[in-house]
Design a protein around this ligand. Sequence first.
Ligand code: MG
Ligand code: MG
Length: 270
Amino acid sequence: MAIQIKTVDQLKVMRRAGLVVAGGLELMKAAIKPGVTTLELDAMAADFLKAHNAIPSFLNYNGFPNVICASVNHEVVHGIPNERPMIEGDVMSIDFGAIVEGWHGDSAFTVGVGAVAAEDQKLMDVCEESMWRGIAAGKVGGHLSDISHAIESYIVSQGKYGILREYGGHGIGTEMHQDPHVINYGPAGLGLELKPGLALAIEPMITRGTEKMKTLSDDWTVIASDKSNGAHFEHSFALLPDGKPFVLTALDGGRERLGVLGVEVSELLA
Ligand code: MG
Ligand code: MG
């Protein structure tokens, strides 16, 4: 598949999709507490999409049965929402995508249900920061694997975590999953040269133990084979003609978190 280069006008529509995803995820995050089920979150997400004239990216994607992926504890990604009430201490990952006028947004977070073990909080913090470091490393004139390397380097600097090998980020645009595939490890300086008009979903997935995964008999849910807890964060971002990035699925465009890393975000989508 050829790399899809977007115009600023097309990225403005992707920003609208990204804001729907961000709004839906905020709503779900606020609702996460002991006793709530992931099917209830899924229904909230479906209603939110309807209210914003958006279409779910995930529903029926290769037969996926729901609007969100909900993965708890040692389920790392692609979990199917169900009727199990959340329990204090659960590590809950929510992944959500939306289509506006044919353009996709895709984003995910992991959060503790109530108070969680310190090691689980660190797992989530490391995963989230590695995503921001990856985005910050995605610079016009650089190469795709600069992102991969920044993600892995940060994770490795923070302790022993399993970095999923078979899954990674991706191009995003008129399809949810486009080329290029973005691995979350490896040396810098390789692969596609980064240029304005690229839009990429960056999504590190890590565990407190192994990088080896198993898929459950539902054909979707990916679990750590040693049953260690996992975390998953994702944002979709674009590179603009001013040479700066903009995080399409962050409410503030990534201004705050990228600013801390010394990266200014573009004003072209404002
Ligand atoms: Mg996703
Ligand atoms: Mg994705």
